[in-house]
Design a protein around this ligand. Structure first.
Ligand code: PLP
Length: 377
C-alpha cells in the first residue's frame, strides 16, 4: 500500500514493530499453525495477566464479540425476542447491530459531556422489558461507567461494555472490564492496539466463557487445535450442542496483537502526551471532550466540538489535516430512527476527531491544534 502523501497528516496511522511481528508470525509458519489456537491462546493468557480479567477469548472482531456476549447472556438469562437493551446512539453501528443480531430491541438513551451514556437518562429508559445496558467507552473515556454499573446492579440489569477503544484504559488504577458481565475490546486495523482485525471477549464467569467459546466455534464443544493430541493423534470426535458461528480469531492476527500488547502502556502514554499538547493549545477556546475523573484513558481519540463542523473539516483537509467524526447519531440511520437524544444529536453535528497516532510528535499536535484554533476563532 502507498503511504499517505507526506504533506497529509492522517487521522490514524497504525505503527507495527515489523521485525517483532514477523518473528511471531514466523513461529506460526514454522509450527505449521496459523489458525485459532497457538498464538490466540498465548494472547488470551497475556491479556488476562495484563488486564487482571479472569477470562479472554480472542475473536475475529469486536463486532463478533458483542454478538457473542449478548447471545450468551440471552440464553443464560432466558431473555425473550423483543426484550430491550439500553444503548447509545453515538457509536459505530456494530454496537447496535449486535443487539439486533440477537433479536433484542435497542432503546436509545442520551449521552452526557463525556459522550458516553448519561446514567440519569439510562434510568429513565428502563421498562419492565429492559434486560441489559450496552456502555461504549468512546475514545477510551470511562465517562460515568461507575454510575451505570451501580444502576445495573440495583435494577438487576446485565451490563456489556463495548470497550473497543479502551485497550489499556484504567479507572482508579484498575484496567476496565471488571464489574461488568462482558467487556469487548477491538484490535481492528486502526485501533490503539491494532492487528489485521481481531477482538477479545472477556466474560465475567467461567460458565459464560465456555458458552461463548462454543458459540464462536459453530456450537462445537472442542476446538480443532485442542483436538490435536500431544501423542500426534487427531481426535476427530466432537459434539455440537447448539448452533454457533465461525467467529474465532487466528494466530496471525494474534501475533500482531501480542507485539502491540508488549508496548501498549508506552504507546498509550504517548497518546496522552499528544492529547495534553492539544489541550494546552486549545485551552477553553474550543469545546474539548473532557476525560472522566480517575480515568487513565487509552486516548484512542482526541475529540472536540465546533460549530460549522463540516466546514472546519474541509478547511483542515485543505491544510493537509485529516479529521474524523465519531460518530453520526445512529438514530439518523432510517433503521434506527427513534426518539431524539438531544445531546447525541448535538454531538453528531459538531464533533470531530483530530489526528491521533504514534508516528505523530507533540510538536505536530501543537501545530494541528493551532490550525484548529485559528479556524474556530
Ligand atoms: C465503538 C465501536 N464498537 C465496535 C466496533 C467494532 O469493532 P471491530 O471492527 O473490531 O468489529 C468499533 C470499531 O470500529 C467501534 O469503534
Amino acid at each position: 500500500m502507498t503511504p499517505p502523501p507526506a504533506a497529509l497528516r492522517p487521522l490514524f496511522r497504525p505503527h507495527f514493530r515489523t521485525d517483532e511481528v514477523l518473528a511471531e508470525i514466523r513461529e506460526c509458519l514454522e509450527a505449521g499453525w496459523a489458525g485459532a489456537g497457538f498464538k490466540t491462546l498465548e494472547f488470551e493468557r497475556r491479556w488476562c495477566e495484563y488486564t487482571g480479567l479472569p477470562h479472554a477469548h480472542f475473536l475475529n472482531s469486536a463486532t463478533a464479540g458483542l454478538h457473542v456476549a449478548l447471545a450468551v447472556l440471552k440464553e443464560e438469562c432466558g431473555w425473550q425476542d423483543g426484550d430491550e437493551v439500553i444503548t447509545t446512539p453515538l457509536t459505530f453501528v456494530s454496537t447496535n447491530h449486535a443487539i439486533l443480531y440477537c433479536g433484542l430491541r435497542p432503546v436509545f438513551a442520551d449521552v452526557d459531556e463525556y459522550l458516553t451514556l448519561d446514567p440519569g437518562d439510562v434510568e429513565r429508559r428502563i421498562t419492565p422489558r429492559t434486560r441489559a445496558v450496552m456502555f461504549v467507552g468512546i475514545g477510551g473515556n470511562t465517562g460515568r461507567l461507575d454510575e451505570v454499573q451501580a444502576l445495573c446492579r440495583e435494577r438487576g440489569l446485565r451490563l456489556v461494555l463495548d470497550a473497543s477503544h479502551m485497550s489499556g484504559t484504567r479507572w482508579r488504577g484498575r484496567h476496565v472490564g471488571s464489574d461488568v458481565d462482558a467487556a469487548v475490546f477491538s484490535f481492528h486495523a486502526v485501533k490503539n492496539l491494532p492487528s489485521s482485525d481481531g477482538g477479545v471477549l472477556c466474560m465475567a464467569g467461567a460458565g459464560l466463557d465456555a458458552r461463548a467459546r462454543r458459540f464462536s466455534w459453530m456450537g462445537i464443544d472442542r476446538d480443532t487445535f485442542s483436538r490435536l493430541g500431544r501423542d500426534g493423534r487427531y481426535n476427530w470426535d466432537y459434539d455440537v450442542a447448539s448452533v454457533g458461528y465461525k467467529y474465532q480469531g487466528n494466530s496471525v492476527s494474534a501475533a500482531l496483537a501480542l507485539v502491540g500488547l508488549r508496548y501498549l502502556d508506552e504507546d498509550n502514554a504517548h497518546r496522552r502526551e499528544l492529547a495534553a499538547a492539544y489541550d494546552a493549545v486549545l485551552g477553553d477556546a474550543v469545546e474539548r471532550v473532557p476525560q472522566a475523573p480517575g480515568c487513565l484513558s487509552s486516548r484512542h481519540l482526541y475529540q472536540v466540538q465546533v460549530d460549522g463542523r463540516d466546514q472546519v473539516i474541509e478547511a483542515l483537509m485543505a491544510a493537509g489535516v485529516q479529521c474524523g467524526v465519531h460518530y453520526r447519531d445512529n438514530t439518523l440511520f432510517p433503521m434506527y430512527a427513534g426518539p431524539l437524544c438531544p445531546q447525541a444529536r448535538r454531538a453528531s453535528e459538531r464533533v470531530l476527531s483530530l489526528p491521533m497516532h504514534l508516528r505523530m510528535t507533540v510538536d505536530e499536535a501543537r501545530e494541528i491544534g493551532g490550525l484548529l484554533l485559528a479556524l474556530a476563532r
